[in-house]
Design a protein around this ligand. Sequence first.
Ligand SMILES: Cc1cc2nc3c(=O)[nH]c(=O)nc-3n(C[C@H](O)[C@H](O)[C@H](O)COP(=O)(O)OP(=O)(O)OC[C@H]3O[C@@H](n4cnc5c(N)ncnc54)[C@H](O)[C@@H]3O)c2cc1C
Length: 508
Amino acid sequence: MGRTMPCHDVAIVGLGPTGATLANLLGAAGLSVLVLEKEGGVFPLPRAIHFDGEVLRILQGVGLREQALAIARPGEQGMHFVNGAGETMLIRGGSAALGPHGCANNYYFHQPELEAVLRAGLERFLNVQVKLRHEVTGLSHDAHDASDANNAPGVTLNVRDTTTGQGSTMRARYVVGCDGARSPVRQHMGSAMLDLGLRQPWLVFDVVLRQPVDLPAYTVQHCDPARPMTYCNVVGDRRRWEIMVLPGDDREALVQPASLWRLVAPWVRPEQARLERAAIYTFHSVIAQGWRQGRLLLAGDACHQTPPFLGQGMCAGIRDAANLAWKLEAVLLRQAPDSLLDTYESERAPHVRALIELAVRLGNIIQTTDPALAAERDAKFRAGRPEIFELPPQVLGAGAFDAQPGSPAGRPFPQPRLHDGRLLDELLGRRSAVIGRPAALAAAAPATVERWRLADAMVIDQPDAPLRDWLDAQEAQAVILRPDRYIVGVARTGHDLDRISQHLPVAP
Ligand SMILES: Cc1cc2nc3c(=O)[nH]c(=O)nc-3n(C[C@H](O)[C@H](O)[C@H](O)COP(=O)(O)OP(=O)(O)OC[C@H]3O[C@@H](n4cnc5c(N)ncnc54)[C@H](O)[C@@H]3O)c2cc1C
């Protein structure tokens, strides 16, 4: 095996939204990145239509906020739950106002357009090499991490050029499988998938309107036990219906244009809209047990899949990328201990699992086909007692932060607008940050200050009013933030500040 072949810092297998976000983050960090994607272009069929404010904040972090906003609309209109008789039982309001992330809480978009934005973003980085039509066919992890002068320890990838059929080998220090639900990287790792209980076929039917049609601007959950269905105003002229496939359905017949148009006949006719695609997807609810094995890691659908009832599958993959990117950067550029990468799964998996479980519960409610159970559910909706909806708190599982009872550590720090009009992250860039009152920071121990320097943390000792307000509300002297904008810890005393600073990863 070519012991002198170039070794990339990170090889990313798969250029879906997860891989493309990770490649942008690592590219911006200056790492040498190899991206291998077996297909020639963006997956053409629309899948995700919703992302949340944290996702836009992550895209902002790689300089793609405006580009993403140009192809998305804020979720101003909300969601209506309508029963089989057409009666509106519950309205969940929407809003375009900026939320805690400095972004609206929800956006609607067309996944291929966002993927195109992410791919265009990669063109900025000479240090990111994208190889389309290159399929990873095998992996071999170095047996030992002992490196020699010519060769860093890493992974060898067997790659097939799908145009010529030619095979080659490539090397990287770490490999991240962003290779989707069937993930060959996961299969190589042997990580088992835990099934969280929902496996249901749905027909997804996308149209582009040819002319104005009187359709709601909001999302409608048609909780009709005879045929549960969701209608979405996507973005621009795009509209989507997701239609539950019932036990007696002939799947082949269902996707024929005549039966598709019949299903949506109450809302739209063929002369009013162009059918973009119709496909039956089986919604899954699974999470991998083991997102890391040595130098191999998994992200996105490769390690978790959720039914799309909360519109969170891609969002979860993009959050994975943000969590993993700064850790790879700390390990590869600042020699932080490789064990930092173990905190990736421990931090992310509990939140992903809670989201999938909620999506399964919501799915079970929407998918009710028993008329008696549906009537019971409808009564609860009318009484304002729907036992669903609140997303699990955005809090990390145990990991690289100072977990203390009652502390906001492990939660995202808000992104306020500063006095000069910038959003906080525009000031901080992609670095860790120590934000505190001048006296508290000046009193920090020299070893603590040195740790901030080694971790390349930005020190802000004259915080803007919204940051001071935050410290006041927490009765805190200082707060430390990670590059992914999660809170490392809050210091109420000088001793606290020395302690929480220990969580900033630096070379041992
Ligand atoms: C109907 C539907 C609606 C959805 N709605 C939403 C929503 O509203 N919001 C939301 O957040 N999510 C939603 N999702 C989920 C979202 O689409 C996925 O979670 C997301 O696409 C996963 O991205 P990924 O990059 O992890 O994987 P993928 O997009 O699957 O990308 C994986 C890539 O890896 C490549 N690859 C695979 N094997 C190899 C190999 N051996 N070598 C090289 N390349 C390889 C593939 O070609 C592919 O390009 C929805 C999904 C569906 C089906």
